[in-house]
Design a protein. Sequence first.
Lengths: 372, 174, 439
Amino acid sequence: MNTGQYISGAGHIGLIAWLLLGGLFTREPEPFEMTEVSVISGADFDALMAAARPPQSTTEVAQPAQPTEAPETPELTSEPDTDIRQPAPLPTDTPPEDTPPELAEQTPPPEAPVQDPPPDLAEPVGDVAVLAPDVAPEAAPRPVERVAPEPVAQPEPEATPDPVEQEAVTPDSTGEAVEQETQEATAPEEAVSEIVTEATAAPAASSRPPGRRPAAPAPRVAEAPTETVETPAPAASDPAPSVNNDDVLAALAAAQEAVAAPTPSGPPLSAGEKDALRVAVSQCWNIGALSSEAMETTVVIGVQMNRDGTPVIDTIRMLSSSGGSDAAVRSVFDSARRAIVRCGSRGYSLPEEKFSQWQNIEMTFDPRKMGF
Amino acid sequence: MKRLMISGLLVAALAVTACTNPDRFGADGTGAGLDANAGTTGGIIPGSANDPSSTAFFQQSIGDRVLFEVDQSTLTATGRATLDGQAQWLMTNSDYQAIIEGHADEQGTREYNLALGARRANAAQEYLISKGVPSSRLRVVSYGKERPIEICSNEACYAKNRRAVTVLAGGLTS
Amino acid sequence: MTRFLLSLCAGLALMFSAPAQAQEPLRIIIDEAIIEPLPFAAPAFQAESPAAGQMASDLASVVAADLIGTGLFREIPSSAYISTVNDFNAPVQYADWKAINAQALVTGAVNVQGNNLNVKFRLYDVFSGAELGSGLQFSGTVDGWRRMAHKVSDAVYARITGEGPYFDSRVVYVSETGPKDDRKKRLAIMDYDGANVQYLTDSGAIVLAPRFSPSGDRVLYTSYESGFPRIYVLDIGSVSRRVLESAEGTMSFAPRFSPSGQTVVYSLTQGGNTDIFQMDIASGQSVRLTNTPAIETAPSYSPDGSRIVFESDRSGTQQLYVMPATGGEAQRISFGEGRYGTPVWSPRGDLVAFTKQNKGRFHIGVMRLDGSQERLLTASFLDEGPTWAPNGRVIMFARETQGASGSSTLYSVDISGRNLRPVSTPSGGSDPSWSPLQK
């Protein structure tokens, strides 16, 4: 409490000093990393892009060609540089752009292959897809813009919703793989730099006004999970969005497993154990390709774990997000999912006797203090 | 005191320019005052630097340019002296028009330097007008940093590039 | 019925396992990460027609070059591939791509029929074993193949980064040849990556600072072809031009379009004093926006057209100011050490890019509109004239090198300050202006 006030006080004094003396110091701005960018730019930028983009969208090109992948589509006849913008661009309606994506992202991707095998019909289902929004016009040509049929058979990871089975698959394939290539080589370096950063208490963050970071009391929350009331997700499966068979099956599977191998809840994870997990995920969380807006976006991700410490890939889902546009949220989620899967491919180092403590994990991915 | 030194430097710079640009200033460009006297008295070759009504005389003996300090468009004492000579010449040779070109060194952004060059050309123009040259005979243009005469990237060159040059036009029939 | 039974079973199972299931999830906060380019693979696209062979690999190369050029991605060389893609519609062998740590995989197929080109692609998140979004396809002419590659790159880039696309764009700039004291300048236009350079003017007169119209079809620039600097507007399609402002005894320069494309804001110099004016293009009517004895120039509109950022030395040195687009009181926004010029409002509206001079060095930097969070992205003997990529993430500018043999080259830099790299042009270049995304 006191510490908080001190920090806050220091921050405010710093801010006031900056306001008064700002002109004297060139370097001043750096500490105040951009925190609010997302709020403004999200809407502005979207609007801007919407204005600038409409005719360009792929729909354009593809749309006139009604027949699926018609071989001789005369859409854009002449030299594109000048042509494309002049002729027909306007007819298309791009409005539906933004709406679908986030939902699409959240619904478990594997549903698509399972539920509807016929490739052409793919559009109505879960795969409604993320990239396609601007392609969305309901008009006839719809099927055209999708590239052809979905890959018919999804590879293994998708196919198995059952945690027990899957753990066998994932580690196998990646286990050998990882050793072959550079990944193994790079990991240690990352680890080193990571740890150093932590030890030094993340210098970049220190100068930020503390008030802006709700996540500050991190450790406390983690140690006393019962205090948090925010997320009403007692059940193992996806909470709100869906009530379909998959959920039931997932719940069933989870329940069965719990029954089959009853474990004592065991003591909570020690701070060190949690920290090890945090560091392990951090080492694979690469935010190098995130947009500046995404760097202001926080997502909370739920994942169920296998007893061997590997994540159940299909259970990785977004619980909530804050701060960015759909596109930003999506890219942060993707990057976080990659991190969980990639560094967990051989199993996170978690004490098996406390399995029930970490069977369900909620990870908050917060890139904000690493902004430019 | 400091100002004096700067002025001195400018004069020196002018002298150096003359020495290193014989094609531009003529072999005897450094003896401006003497030449002026010589020109009015001796055997005159029309159009040559010895002909006081020639553009060559204007460029070399009177001096067609004034220099400025960094980011300034205020005329220096040397500059005013040169412009006095130009005004006198223009009054005498009233058939000539002149375009005053303002320039800046490369140490500045393009747009700003255009505007700065315009200020310099304008300063020279207004001085000439104040000395009696009809404004109808004078036009100004700025080249900003687009037309340096010296191309090294240090003060010796910059000093010569920060200039307003009076370029004569017309009047060849006189 | 089945469903009901399942639900029932599940319910029972849940009851039995209640203690375990009620366990609160473990909560952790990940607020540290690594920042490095994302490794991706873009194997040669599939040629679906005999004529598409070369294009299939060229397209993949351009896509890879686009992504690498952002500095946000790293390509895994094909020599490392364990398996390759032989069928655009076959399931991806994720394990093979995981093994070489390809985190994103771009596959594509190309079909050429006569002069028609059709390109399809898909993007996969290898470690999640899933396709990212759904694939897209583009159709056009064979001549436009590079644009189609850029469109593929744009889709991939936007999906992975969350940033808006920008590869399918062009840049108009001043092409420069010759030594400093006899430099020849002409307008040129090219793809954002330096390909397809075309010249729009000859080198008979000095030309400066071309600026794209919001629709990308016209360019404003300054030319000395009359002997005095005047603003011209040039139609790119027809390469025809006309003078916009030609009042006798004045100079006009530093023009920029409003977001509507209907008005132009620019500098006009009269009697040695430079102020900012606005002109309605259709009527030619102009209005004065500033009226001070100071140098006021380099105006740039906000994306919504309501405000203008510009530079003025009214305080004694060049500084940045913001005023309403109709003129009126201006607020100074730059307060750091040194001089600030050539402000350009970002297309997102949140930042201003500028040229800063301090202690004999030039910088390209960005700051927020209230002047806070100034960040210098570059430093050199002479950097100047930033222009924004259409997505507001990348800045292009010109860097002049020192000395008698100095020349000017275009560079681009990420607004993080990373990934500074020269843009390849046939000769020197300056005053770049980035187009909006092409349509």
